[in-house]
Design a protein around this ligand. Structure first.
Ligand code: XLS
Ligand code: NI
Ligand code: NI
Length: 448
């Protein structure tokens, strides 16, 4: 349709751990069977549109650094001068990238794929036009949509939130936008729909009625669920927790607070979570903890695979490189039964100085190999029983008649007091954390 953007990069292939080719996979071997399922089906990897194609490297201190010729400020005399032409050029580059990388899924915000028009009606026409084009690209390439989402945070109208805005007119604008984006996602066969509450939170209680705002958010989410059924969308509706940034107090702080919110508004059967690694870290939790919390609550959905920086307290969205951190996450994913409609989306961006066209490939190859190794290590750990056996033995007492009598309600505080009177001091046993850490390291070292 348009000329090649990533000139000089061919399709990325699996070459195995001994390959020195930097533009090849060393671990991501999509057809390799892991516990009877292909690696591709386990991981369900996705590339995101916003960081890779909409961001040109700008930060609060300076302009973009990257060559993104579809950006208005980079238009040359032979590139499209209008917003829609630029959007088409961007989409051509994006799908060229997805295909060359061989990544099975992509994700987008409505505003990533089409520039806003001067009215809601014009904006929706533009989104629709780009959705049609995306549909054609999906068909040609076989790339599928993991999820779509509405950007309810960039436009200045959302300065005080979208669903939680003090003004119902803004709520209405957000509702209209989500109705449209959910339909667009449905038309593209999207497997999930995500709501990240960008500005759903507050800065100060001096001007904020928290209870009222949460009620609004509960109502908004019910409307989303109602609309999902109305249009026959079968994917999951996912909330993406994040503790802060952009607002100081984000309502969807972490998985546990989202769960409490869903329970309060009767939505726990309808809505699940999209867990982002760096958001977990920012909330003071381990990534694996957030996954386990979601499975325990029955609301696990999908993952934004990225990484923070241990010394920076904001959402740096690096590509994941830590096999250890991701292995511990994948152990929980596999323990919980794996993904259904969710997957692993690289909500991750390049460093500002990574301005060569092939840097985008190196970043994703590293991320995909990291996730593949982590999957293999997690499967090896679980199959060996090394962790589960020692974990089970810690709880052995609960399987006895005595342990059961406590759980099934037979025992009372009173009866346990009586029992304690004659009992010996309970024997203490080692938690063996260091030994278990070494066990994990051994599995990571040995996978091939
Ligand atoms: C921002 C979020 C965002 C969502 C999609 O921190 O991670 O990128 O994933 O709106
Ligand atoms: Ni995210
Ligand atoms: Ni994020």
């Amino acid at each position: 349709m348009t000329s090649e953007f990533f000139v000089g990069v061919d399709e990325i292939r699996y070459e195995g751990p001994n390959s020195d080719n930097p533009l090849a996979f060393r671990w991501y071997d999509k057809n390799r069977l892991v516990d009877g399922k292909s690696m591709a089906d386990h991981l369900r990897l996705a590339a995101c549109y916003w960081h890779s194609f909409c961001w040109d490297g700008f930060d609060i201190f300076g302009d973009g650094t990257m060559e993104r010729p579809w950006h208005p400020n980079q238009a040359t005399s032979d590139s499209p001068q209008d917003g829609m032409g630029q959007a088409r050029l961007k989409m051509a580059a994006a799908f060229e990238f997805f295909v060359k990388l061989g990544i099975p899924f992509w994700c987008f915000h409505d505003r990533d794929i089409a520039p806003e028009g001067s009215s809601f009606a014009e904006t929706t026409r533009r989104v629709d036009e780009m959705v049609d084009l995306a549909g054609q690209y999906q068909e040609q390439s076989g790339t599928k949509l993991l999820w779509g989402t509405a950007n309810l945070f960039s436009n200045a109208r959302f300065q005080a939130g979208a669903a939680t805005n003090p003004d119902p007119e803004v709520f209405a604008a957000a509702a209209g936008q989500v109705a449209h984006c959910l339909e667009a996602t449905h038309r593209l066969g999207g497997e999930n729909y995500v709501l990240w509450g960008g500005r759903e939170g507050y800065e100060t209680l001096l001007n904020t009625d928290m209870g009222r705002e949460l009620d609004q958010m509960g109502r908004f989410l019910h409307m989303v669920v109602e609309h999902k059924y109305k249009i026959g969308f079968e994917g999951l509706i996912l909330l993406e927790p994040k503790p802060f940034e952009p607002t100081k107090h984000q309502y969807d702080f972490d998985v546990a607070s989202v769960h409490a919110f869903l329970q309060k508004y009767g939505l726990q059967e309808e809505v699940a979570v999209n867990i982002e690694v760096n958001h977990a870290t920012l909330s003071g939790h381990d990534f694996a903890h957030e996954i386990a919390t979601a499975f325990n609550a029955g609301i696990f959905g999908s993952i934004d695979a990225n990484a923070g920086d241990p010394r920076l307290g904001w959402d740096v969205d690096r590509f994941p490189v830590s096999v250890e951190e991701m292995t511990l996450g994948m152990v929980e994913v596999l323990r919980g039964g794996g993904f259904t409609s969710g997957g692993l989306n690289f909500d991750a961006k390049l460093r500002r100085q990574s301005i060569a066209r092939d840097d985008l490939f190196h970043a994703h190859i590293g991320g995909m190999d990291t996730m593949a190794r982590s999957l293999l290590a997690a499967s090896s750990i679980l199959n060996s029983g090394d962790l589960d056996d020692s974990r089970d033995s810690r709880y052995l007492g609960w399987t006895t008649e005595f342990g059961q009598s406590i759980l099934n309600g037979e025992a009372t505080l009173e009866s346990l007091r009586t029992r304690s009177m004659g009992a010996q001091e309970p024997a203490r046993v080692s938690g063996r954390q260091e030994a278990l850490e070494n066990t994990v390291a051994r599995h990571i070292e040995r996978i091939r």
